[in-house]
Design a binder for this molecule. Structure first.
Ligand SMILES: Nc1nc2c(ncn2[C@@H]2O[C@H](COP(=O)(O)OP(=O)(O)O)[C@@H](O)[C@H]2O)c(=O)[nH]1
Ligand SMILES: [Mg+2]
Length: 187
């Protein structure tokens, strides 16, 4: 009886999803897509926005974390003590100038011990823009296959999903992937 209660309780617990990535990548737009299913032009996220969202049978608490450099150094590390269930790392695929910074930030992220078992999905966002890097190019730029070899523990690591918050491309696939990870974790 008690066991049943707890299993129901656990099932009802929202999935903790962290949106990370550099400023301007499309994190807040993604969150708005989840909440309202529309493309909007968000104000800059100054620090942290937490929203509870229900989509396609998923109950999520989404943490939209400001991507400015100052936040990345201070708040990210502290927040990650809360150990999310899934991390979405959002990349502006059309901004090639920033790919080096993305490479460094991603490296720092995957090297954090406390989230070693947390699945990370990379969103190669802004695929609607003409000069956008392909998901393959993003994967190479972030050295995803290297990290995969170094972290055999990580559950099916580092999927790259091409997305556009403008057209809605890839959003369903991201949600599907989150579901797969959560179901795996429950087992
Ligand atoms: N063309 C295009 N613009 C996008 C896309 N996603 C976000 N944007 C725009 O990129 C800018 C930054 O988005 P925002 O969600 O605030 O980025 P954040 O800093 O990661 O939260 C905004 O002007 C968005 O409208 C996309 O997929 N395609
Ligand atoms: Mg934002």
């Amino acid at each position: 009886m008690l066991q049943r209660f707890f299993s129901i309780f656990r099932r009802g617990k929202p999935v903790r999803l962290f949106l990370l990535g550099l400023q301007n990548a499309g994190k807040t737009t993604f969150l708005h897509r989840l909440v309202n299913d529309e493309f909007i032009n968000p104000y800059r996220t100054m620090g942290l926005d937490v929203e509870e969202v229900k989509v396609e049978g998923l109950h999520l608490t989404v943490w939209d974390v400001g991507g400015q450099k100052t936040f990345r150094k201070t708040i990210w590390d502290k927040l990650l003590n809360l150990v999310p269930d899934v991390i979405l790392y959002v990349v502006d695929s059309a901004d090639r100038k920033l790919i080096k910074e993305n490479e460094e930030e991603f490296k720092r992220l995957v090297s954090l011990k406390k989230i070693q078992h947390v699945p990370i999905i990379v969103m190669a966002n802004k695929q609607d823009l003409e000069d956008a890097m392909s998901p393959g190019e993003v994967a190479v730029a972030l050295h995803l296959s290297d990290y995969e070899l170094q972290n055999p523990e990580r559950p099916r690591p580092f999927q790259v999903i091409p997305t556009s918050m403008k057209t809605g491309e890839g959003i369903e696939e991201v949600i599907e992937k989150i579901k797969i990870y959560i179901n795996k974790k429950k087992k």
